[in-house]
Design a protein around this ligand. Structure first.
Ligand code: CS2
Length: 475
């Protein structure tokens, strides 16, 4: 079947870009062009390009070439299906280039191009090679590699530092580095990681990065289920051509970005990005409410035999539990944010989970628990302990995670998590709760050493071990 491309664009029965794809130039280099990037950031940039062709995105995959191959084969085009009560499909033409594994020389040249003013990343939490305290993990194999061979980096941190180093050497201004992953203080963490790596290589470069490069914090949000074969089949039927880079998402989308200085930069606000001086409050609310509830639904929902977020939310017992957790425990941990009504925000988030059109797999959300839980639920737990509030409900998703890892390990199934081996060993040991709470990069000393918290997780875990969690969810 014919592949989606510029040649087939004119005949497609869906909304087409408001700009000429041939005219766009590369002004942004993006690391990690997964479904979330294509459905979220690229959709904003697509709008921006209607008025200003300078900001096309070069999509960079350091590991797998499947997405960059698909984008190359399709002239950077793909369909974005918004699946909501009023569904719609449009073609996105935001990618001006794609760089896959093995194209390091080209990436290096691009990062040093004067036209490239911004770099962005969605490489998931684990992609930043951070230790449990949020600083760069110098024992990470990719960082060990990058210290030995800085000219051919393996990590995204190594690439950012190499690119900035080339620009400094050439007398060019740096690019601004926009982290778009779900981490608290994502920009500040990325800055610290880049400065730490550079410090080992060239202290002058480290100072330049620390002083000259913008690393704004951001909050990104749009529920984007994976593009499975069934979805790609539907897209093929709708378009009449094959599109292997198509993505689907809900209609809600939000990108809150800390204001940063850039002379003659892109007018991001005109494309719907919220620029603010105080992104932390939004970021915290989103991570703790939306992602905290998501991870809870994932681990508890899987234990109750559910497959999707929608199914888990249709389970009245679980829905009631998550609603109380969000309103009574999580919202209480949030600092006030100007202009944000926490309760209304929480209700709106829970409502998005009830979208019947979205098949968001709990198994996908359950990936990488060791990387996600600290931001999503454990910061909240620490805040509750500090304030003397109860942690009984907050202990439930953590007990569910321990039970999840234990089930997977016992069944010999793959645990998708960078700490998979140590988690499997801990969860299948004689004292799984003590052993899991002892995984330092996840829980740190504070939680592992708190007797109230340990007792709460131990008690909750008993219910999972016995197989009847309904009484636990009545909390
Ligand atoms: C989800 C997120 O996969 C997950 O862990 O919780 O990807 C979530 O869908 C997004 O953050 C929504 O913005």
């Amino acid at each position: 079947m014919t592949r989606l491309s510029r040649a087939s664009l004119a005949t497609l029965p869906v909304a087409r870009p408001g700009h000429t794809p041939e005219a766009i130039r590369t002004g942004i280099v993006h690391f990690g062009p997964g479904a979330f990037h294509r459905a979220h950031q690229a959709a904003y940039v697509d709008r921006l390009l209607d008025a200003d062709p300078r900001w096309g995105i070069a999509a960079v995959s350091l590991r797998s070439g499947s997405t960059t191959d698909a984008l190359k084969a399709q002239d950077g085009l793909y369909a974005l299906a918004v699946i909501d009560r009023e569904p719609s499909t449009r073609i996105v033409a935001a990618h001006s280039d794609a760089i896959g594994p093995g194209e390091g020389a080209r990436l290096r040249r691009l990062l040093a191009s004067p036209e490239v003013r911004i770099a962005t990343s969605t490489v998931t939490e684990k992609g930043y090679c951070l230790a449990g305290d949020g600083s760069l993990d110098f024992a990470h194999p990719d960082i060990v590699h990058d210290l030995q061979r800085p000219a051919e980096p393996a990590s995204v941190i190594g690439w950012i530092v190499a690119g900035l180093g080339d620009r400094r050497a050439a007398g060019l201004p740096p690019f601004a580095m926009l982290c778009c992953d779900n981490m608290t203080g994502n920009g500040a963490k990325l800055r610290a990681a880049c400065v730490a790596l550079a410090r080992e290589q060239d202290p002058v470069l480290a100072d330049w990065i620390a002083g000259e490069v913008a690393f704004p914090d951001s909050m990104v949000d749009s529920i984007t289920p994976a593009s499975d074969a069934a979805f790609l089949g539907k897209v093929r039927d709708a378009l009449g051509v094959e599109d292997l880079a198509a993505v689907q998402r809900e209609s809600f989308t939000q990108w809150v970005l800390q204001r940063f200085d850039m002379a003659d930069g892109p007018d991001l606000a005109s494309a719907g990005v919220t620029l603010t001086d105080d992104v932390r409050g939004y970021e915290q609310a989103k991570l703790r409410i939306l992602n905290g509830a998501h991870s809870t639904l994932a681990y508890v929902g899987l234990a109750r035999g559910h497959e999707t977020v929608f199914e888990a939310m249709s389970d009245a017992v679980l829905e009631g539990f998550v609603t109380r957790l969000v309103h009574q425990d999580i919202a209480a941990s949030l600092a006030p944010v100007e202009g944000l009504d926490k309760a209304a925000y929480a209700d709106a988030v829970l409502n998005r989970f009830r979208n019947p059109e979205i098949r968001h797999l709990l198994a996908q959300i359950a990936w990488d628990g060791s990387q996600k839980l600290p931001y999503r639920l454990l910061d909240t737990t620490r805040a509750a302990l500090d304030a003397g509030r109860g942690v009984e409900r907050l202990a439930v998703p953590v007990a569910a995670w321990i039970a999840f890892v234990r089930r997977k390990a016992e069944a010999g199934e793959t645990i998708t998590d960078p700490l998979a081996d140590s988690l499997a060993a801990a969860a299948t040991s004689a004292n799984p709760v003590t052993a899991m709470l002892g995984v330092e990069p996840v829980f740190g000393e504070r939680l592992a050493g708190d007797e109230r918290y340990r007792a709460a997780v131990r008690e909750a875990f008993q219910y999972f071990a016995q197989g009847d969690i309904a009484p636990l969810l009545a909390r």
